[in-house]
Design a protein. Structure first.
Lengths: 416, 156
């Protein structure tokens, strides 16, 4: 039993802790968010070059298979046999002419249509299905699939707006800048974090924790609060694009003199880990794009990657990092991106603290049964865009969009 | 392969584990040669032909940077560590290096005293002899546990 969900303030400066530990809310999220009106990350076109190629993934907690059909188009279905409920596809990836459930060998095509049923007419006059058995009534549940710049998304909502419209201009602009040319996946990294998935979504929109929690960052400054930065929101505040601009030779120290975690004396013997090359004409150094509900596209210095947040339960999520390079990167750029790979991921110099902070928060919120509210007033109150990064506006607009989507109203008490 | 060499490789593995389990992180780089490589590459990536390294260090100086950063800069889970190393095999020789493998299991015990398996996998090593000591010219850690429990701080 968790505390009542109560949103006391119009500008979402108080967030009920219960949102992270309420099991009923988690069920509601599956229905209204993941199976509702959102576009969810499924995979990359680059992972599925040939007909029959497939990858297994999740939309929320629902297992989904994305595959390329003989028609060359991408199709997605829920990985649950229409017969007795077993997972049809067991492999994480591969190539298959069709998909057969191991239990009773019901067989489906790439679209999820049932194309084979054993003993349909029985054996020697015994058994078999009734005359009115219609395979068309026993297909797998399917998703609508669209992609943008090679990144594939799916939705359960048949009447969903087109993907490009859902993304909005700020999100499309970053996709165009970062994914608009052939890329190659160089690796995936996974971490299982004992916390609610939205703690990480908040973290992605948290402009100023980077300089305080991640001390390595304040020393080497890929993402500094004092940098020229911008926040841009879309889709009723649910998507957010944080960007910093800068020059490599800017002085860093003065920004951090008062920050407890700043380590002025720390030097690297191997500075290639933080040596980045300027890659964007507009001076963009870093960008973190979080697209609701669970997709991230980020460039930190020259490290390029997607991230997929997969909720496992109300108390746990998996974070999957999908790192990429450009197909035409020369060797020195590949080397620089590989070296900067030490900055990000589950053990990265810039990122390892997030999991620790989120697990501390979740465990403590849970110990108090979700009582009380988080305090979200950095950058004052209100929801207006700001042209600096010393702000929690993106977190507040996120919670507004979230409440709208789930039908929760400010001032209303929702018993859980 | 001589029994004496195998004994020395086992001992090298035990000393490595004892160093890290005993919280002597500063001594960790000395198990490596100056131009070493230390890599952690989860097994699912290795088998797909992907890099996917959690850490990719070239040269002992990158190992020393990791040590200083962990001791002075980064913030991470508070825990004890225990490494169990077994199935040590010396499989052959390439150039001046012995090729060796070993299984490991790494356990974490948190600051409430609760233990759990953090990672299991394999060490794939290149070991060279210099000045009468065996050192790693490469330690390629391949965790089977390809999803990290929370986050990874200390070397495996």
């Amino acid at each position: 039993m968790v505390s009542t969900l109560h949103w006391p303030s119009e500008d979402f400066t108080q967030v009920p802790f219960a949102v992270h530990v309420d099991p009923e809310l988690f069920e509601l999220e599956q229905a209204r968010i993941f199976r509702g009106h959102t576009w969810n990350f499924l995979g990359l076109e680059a992972e599925l070059p040939k007909p029959g190629d497939f990858v297994s993934t999740y939309v929320g907690i629902t297992p989904v298979v994305l595959n390329r059909g003989k028609d060359g188009a991408l199709h997605a279905f829920v990985n649950r046999c229409a017969h007795r409920g077993a997972a049809v596809v067991r492999a994480k990836r591969g190539n298959a002419a069709n998909h057969t459930c191991i239990y009773h060998q019901w067989t489906y095509d790439h679209h999820g249509n049932l194309v084979g049923v054993p003993y349909r007419r029985g054996i020697n006059g015994n058994g078999g299905y009734p005359q009115d058995f219609d395979p068309c009534q026993h297909s797998l549940e399917t998703l609508r699939v669209e992609s943008y710049q090679g990144v594939v998304f799916g939705t359960f909502a048949r009447d969903m707006a087109p993907l490009a419209e859902y993304m909005g201009e700020p999100v499309r602009k970053r996709f165009d800048a970062l994914c608009g040319r052939p890329l190659r996946v160089v690796g995936t990294q996974r971490q299982l974090i004992r916390g609610n998935w939205k703690l990480y979504v908040e973290n992605l929109k948290d402009c100023y924790h980077g300089a305080l929690l991640h001390a390595f960052n304040s020393k080497f400054g890929m993402f500094r609060t004092s940098q020229r930065g911008s926040t841009a929101m879309a889709q009723n505040g649910l998507h957010c694009v944080l960007t910093t601009f800068g020059k490599k030779d800017e002085k860093i120290g003065s920004t951090y003199a008062a920050v407890g975690t700043y380590k002025p004396k720390f030097q690297l013997e191997a500075p290639e880990v933080v040596e980045y090359f300027e890659e964007h004409a507009d001076g963009m150094v870093s960008t973190v794009l979080s697209m609701f509900p669970t997709f991230v596209l980020a460039q930190i210095a020259n490290h390029l990657g997607f991230r997929h947040i997969i909720p496992k339960s109300v108390h746990e999520f998996e974070l999957v990092w999908i790192n990429f390079v450009y197909a035409d990167d020369p060797p020195e750029r590949l080397h620089a991106r590989r070296m900067q790979g030490n900055l990000l991921g589950p053990g990265g110099y810039l990122s390892m603290e997030d999991a620790e902070a989120l697990e501390l928060a979740h465990a403590t919120i849970l110990s108090q049964s979700g009582r009380g509210h988080a305090f979200v007033q950095m950058g004052g109150r209100g929801l207006a865009d700001q042209d600096h990064l010393v702000t929690e506006v993106p977190i507040r607009t996120f919670w507004k969009g979230y409440c709208d989507l789930l039908g929760m109203k400010v001032g209303e008490m929702r018993a859980s | 392969m001589s029994a004496e060499l195998e004994r020395r490789v086992v001992e090298l593995n035990y000393r490595y584990a004892a160093c890290l389990d005993g919280n002597r992180l500063k001594d960790w780089p000395d198990f490596f040669t100056e131009d070493c490589r230390y890599l952690i590459q989860p097994r699912d990536n290795l088998e797909q032909g992907l890099e996917g390294y959690w850490l990719y260090f070239e040269g002992k100086r990158m190992l020393r940077d990791r040590v200083v950063s962990l001791l002075e800069v980064n913030i991470y889970h508070i825990h004890y560590e225990r490494r169990l190393v077994s199935n040590v095999l010396v499989a052959g020789r390439e150039g001046d290096a012995w090729l060796a493998r070993a299984n490991y299991m790494m356990l974490h015990t948190d600051n409430e005293g609760r233990s759990r398996i953090f990672s299991v996998g394999e060490y794939r090593d290149r070991i060279v002899e210099a000045g009468g000591e065996l050192r790693f010219s490469e330690r390629h850690v391949v965790p089977d546990t390809f999803t990290v429990q929370s986050h990874i701080s200390m070397p495996i």
